[in-house]
Design a protein around this ligand. Structure first.
Ligand SMILES: *Cc1c(COP(=O)(O)O)cnc(C)c1O
Length: 438
């Protein structure tokens, strides 16, 4: 399998190169030259398989012989040591809980696979890969715990001092010896500026092989299709002939793009709802055919506050730049903060289920879709992207309840914080990076 850039002005590459590079040299995002298809027989066999069986079958099609099959199989088992429950809240309405990984959010699915693929290819190249990330919270923690202890890799992450929650800070600063947390005296924009400067610093380029781990890496995208494939096959057993709708709380649209990939591979998926908060540039595109990104606005679902989603170019690519074609498979629905709080409240009132605000956006959008399209959207699956404990203040506001912390998280909360406090000037960061090997 080869991968080319969405802008098509650089040479096609292998999955190894696409994984180690992240972004294509022409600034585009890597996409597979051709999306692999599963035959009806293959899908029938997978129906009785485990989550990891489905993950392996999908990964194999993209990775080909670039990772030996037994290595790939072990790699997958090492990634997904936790469950992916599909819970039915009411007849035909499901939440797929993607928050049982170490950092309690769906980003663990992508980050853990990316880390192990990077480690494998780095070892093959006899390289030490340094992952440099600026984070406002969620991505950084998934990356820190994803790369934790992976040979041939190390992570340097920058986060704004005093601007992440205590739970997030514990997740950012307690991973293993190959993860270096820098607590920056400044804001998230300072962190991003510092990282950008490091990537173009010629002195650093000579010393370190730097890579980023943001959501544009193809090895973060592919694994996010695993849980769509798996859930669609589980549901086919109960609802044969009625492929499910997936409602996806979206920010950068990586998650949704992975769903589109799963559908193209032949998994039985009916329709998608792209659920957004007030950052609705894709929703507006789906109505008008015009993509007019706006500055990011702040909402209570902070992980979805993205004005100009990076994966939109991949979506365009998969639908041949045709918004009608995209609209046949994806409906965009935008949800306000008031509706989000209201949804957390009403879902809790009607059955005791506590959902995080991001999940609530997805749930509300599904309800909205069903009202507009009578009888459609059954079965419907809302992707639950985070554990409610990560957003406990919002839960408290909505339903006046404390969310009990899961066991694993209690352990992380007890670990000593390991971070280096730095200023927001570049010289200090450059010195630190240059001395990583000493
Ligand atoms: C990152 C994130 C999202 C948005 O996912 P995208 O792939 O960027 O669309 C939604 N919910 C939570 C909790 C997240 O961390």
């Amino acid at each position: 399998m080869i991968f080319f850039s969405t802008t098509r002005s650089s040479a096609p590459v292998s999955i190894k190169k696409a994984t180690l590079e992240g972004l294509a040299p022409d600034g585009g995002l890597y996409v597979p030259s051709e999306v692999p298809r599963f035959s009806a027989e293959e899908l029938a066999l997978l129906e009785s398989g485990t989550f990891n069986n489905v993950a392996f079958a999908i990964a194999k099609k993209f990775v080909g012989d670039e990772v030996p099959l037994d290595t790939l199989s072990k790699l997958i088992d090492d990634c997904y040591t936790f469950d992916t429950p599909l819970k039915e809240l009411s007849e035909g309405t499901f939440v797929e809980e993607l928050f049982h990984g170490p950092t309690l959010a769906f980003k663990d699915y992508g980050a853990r696979f990316l880390a192990r693929m990077t480690g494998f290819f780095a070892a093959e190249e006899r390289q030490m890969i340094t992952v440099l990330v600026a984070t406002s919270g969620d991505t950084g923690s998934a990356v820190a715990y994803g790369f934790n202890g992976i040979p041939n890799t190390r992570v340097v992450l920058l986060y704004p001092s005093g601007k992440v929650s205590r739970l997030q800070e514990q997740q950012l600063t307690t991973a293993g010896d190959n993860v270096f947390a820098l607590e920056v005296r400044g804001d998230f924009d300072d962190c991003q500026r510092l990282v950008k400067q490091a990537f173009v610093d010629p002195d650093l380029k000579q010393r370190l092989t730097l890579t980023s781990a943001n959501s544009i890496n193809i090895s973060r995208l592919i694994p996010q299709s695993f849980y769509y494939g798996w859930a669609s096959l589980q549901l086919r057993k109960r609802f044969p002939g009625s492929p499910p709708l997936f409602s996806v709380p979206s920010g950068n649209y990586g998650n949704l793009t992975a769903g589109v990939l799963a559908k193209m591979m032949g998994f039985p998926i009916g329709h998608f709802v792209a659920a957004s908060n007030a950052n609705d540039s894709v929703t507006r595109y789906l109505e008008s055919g015009r993509f007019e990104p706006k500055p990011t606005v702040r909402t209570m679902t902070t992980a979805m506050d993205v004005g100009n989603p990076s994966n939109f170019s991949r979506l365009l690519h998969f639908y041949d730049n045709d918004f009608r074609k995209m609209g046949e498979q994806i409906s965009g629905i935008s949800v306000t903060d008031e509706e989000t709080v209201d949804t957390i409240r009403s879902v809790f009132a009607s059955g005791g289920y506590i959902m995080d605000p991001h999940t609530a956006v997805g749930f509300r959008a599904l309800e909205h879709y069903r009202r507009k399209h009578a009888g459609a959207g059954y079965p419907g699956v809302v992707l639950s992207t985070a554990h409610p404990v990560k957003f406990d203040e919002a839960i408290m506001t909505a339903i006046q309840r404390e969310v009990p912390m899961p066991e694993e998280m209690l352990e992380i909360m007890e670990k000593p914080k390991k971070a280096t406090l730095v200023g927001n000037g570049y010289a200090e960061l450059a010195r630190l990076l240059q001395n990583l090997d000493r």
